[in-house]
Design a protein around this ligand. Sequence first.
Ligand SMILES: *Cc1c(COP(=O)(O)O)cnc(C)c1O
Length: 425
Amino acid sequence: MPFQNTLAFAKKLDESDVLKEFRSKFYIPIINGKECIYLTGNSLGLQPKSTQDYVVDELEDWASFGVEGHFHARNPWFSYHEIFPPLVTKIVGALPEEVVVMNQLTVNLHLLLASFYRPTKERYKIICEAKAFPSDQYAFESQVRFHGFDPATAIVEAAPREGEHSLRTEDILSLIKQHGNETALVIFGAVNYYSGQVFDMEAICKASHDAGAYCGFDLAHAAGNIELHMHDWNVDFACWCSYKYLNSGPGGVAGAFIHQKHIADPTLPRLAGWWGYEKATRFNMDKGFKPIPTAEGWQLSNAPVLSMAAHHASLDVFEDAGVENLFAKGQQLSNYLMFILDEINNNTKEKMIEVITPRAEKEKGCQVSMLMLQKGKEVFDALKQNGVLADWREPNVIRVAPVPLYNSFEDVYRFGEIVKNILER
Ligand SMILES: *Cc1c(COP(=O)(O)O)cnc(C)c1O
C-alpha cells in the first residue's frame, strides 16, 4: 500500500497495527500539558506502567525477609538473574546458556575484551567503525594501552567513502582482509548510533574468522530494535544495555552474550568474581576459581535486584508483544518517517534535510538520522517547544526513533507536520 502524508492515513495504519494496545502500557512524558511526541526511545526508553509493581515487590520482600530474601523472596535473589535467559534469547538470537544479564554495558564490554582481545606482537589490531559510540572508543583505546600497544597503530577504523554517510560492506570486508594477519579483534556496533546504519554482522563475522580474528558486537542500539542471530551468525561475543530500546530504566542492568563454543573453554582468560563460581559449591568459599560453564561464568557480583526487577517488567512486555511484530512495525515506522521527510524535501525550494540512514530494510532499524542542511539547531530547538523530544548530535544531525512498542504512525505524521511548519517559518 503506497503511503500518504495525511492524518487519516496515519490513523488507518494505527488501526491495523497489531501492537496498538501497547502504547497505553507506557507512561508518555507530558510537555506543555500534553503527551509529547517521544522519539528518543533509542536514548532512554519509556517506563512501562507495570515496572513500579515489579520493583515494589522486591522492596516489600526486602522489608519482610531481610537477608533471607536471597532464598525466600517470591523471586529469590540468589537466582534472580536466571529469570532472564528465556526472555533475552529471543531478543539477541542466542541459546539460553549463551546469555547473562549483569553489570553495565561498558563494564561488560571490558570484561569481554579481557577474554577476547588478547593481542600478541604479530596480532594486536582492533578493527572497528569510525564514529563508534565514545564509550566504546575509550574502551578500545584503554584496552590497547593496557596491553602495551599504541592506539594510533592498533586501532583501525572503517569509515564511509568521501561524500557518503554509511559504510559499504565490501569496504569493511576488504579492510578486514587487508589487516587480517595483524588483527586480533573485529568489533562493531550492530547499529551505528549516529547514522542508524545496521551492519551486515554475518558477513563481518565470517570475514573476521577467515582472517583468524575474533568478532564481537555492541548491541546497544540493536537489542529490541532489529532482528539478531548472535548464535547462528557465529559471533564470538556481544553486549548491550537495557535502558534504550529495552525500556528498563536509566542506567539499567546490561547484558552479555558469549558463544556456546567459548562458554566452557578453560583456556579463555577472564576477570572473575564470586557470582561466576559454580553454584553448588559457591558458599564453601574455597580458593581456586571454578567458573559456571555458561555465560553466567562471567558474572562478578551478586545481582542488582532492584534494577533487574525493572528489566524483568520490561522484558515481560516484549514477550507479550512478540519480537517479530516489533521488528516488522519498526521497519514500517521508519519507512513512513522517511517517506514523510521526502515529502517535506519535495515541497521546500531547496533540500533542507538529508536522511543519512540507509533505506534498505536490512540496513536500518527504526531510527532515522536527519542531517540538517540548513537551520539545524533552530529546527531542533523548536521541536521541543512544539512537544517533540528528539536528539541532537553535533555538528548537525537530529536523530529520531519511532519505536514500535509505544510510538504510533500518528506520532510520525504529527512530527512531519511540526518539522514542515518550522521550516516554513
Ligand atoms: C548507549 C551506549 C553506550 C553507553 O554505555 P553505558 O556503559 O551504558 O553508559 C555504550 N556504547 C554504545 C554503543 C551505546 O550505544
